[in-house]
Design a protein around this ligand. Sequence first.
Ligand SMILES: Nc1ncnc2c1ncn2[C@@H]1O[C@H](COP(=O)(O)OP(=O)(O)O)[C@@H](O)[C@H]1O
Ligand SMILES: [Mg+2]
Length: 132
Amino acid sequence: MMESVNISLPCKPEYVSVARLTASCIASQMGFDIEAIEDIKLAVGEACNNVVLHSECNPTYELALSKLEKQMIIEVLDHGKGFKFESYHAPELDQLQESGLGLFIIQSLMDTVEIKTMEGNGTKIIMRKDVE
Ligand SMILES: Nc1ncnc2c1ncn2[C@@H]1O[C@H](COP(=O)(O)OP(=O)(O)O)[C@@H](O)[C@H]1O
Ligand SMILES: [Mg+2]
């Protein structure tokens, strides 16, 4: 049976670390190595930062961490403003930039990433990482 930890977080930057630490705790229980745990913390942090910085959600958003035998599933769901995913462009990596890297980083660190977003209807990002 799949066990899940579900938490509701205030849409404020000071709670992103709660999401990162909770995810790293579950990941270490599941036997991910230190490098993979760091990747998971980074990906969760980027997803939550996006909610807090861009979604205009209020007052809370949801984080779900589910344990499969050999895979962790992480869902971050907000009921904020959503965005036009068609107009999202992966960053040009030959040009130095400080912003616009979050979704790219998430996609590089996790095994699969699904993004469901609708303007006016919030965003759901589902990330999966396999225990190697
Ligand atoms: N949860 C979200 N709600 C609304 N817009 C989002 C969300 N996540 C991502 N976005 C949009 O996708 C863009 C790209 O995100 P990202 O790659 O993390 O770059 P950055 O956050 O630095 O702009 C953001 O600028 C924003 O327009
Ligand atoms: Mg971002």
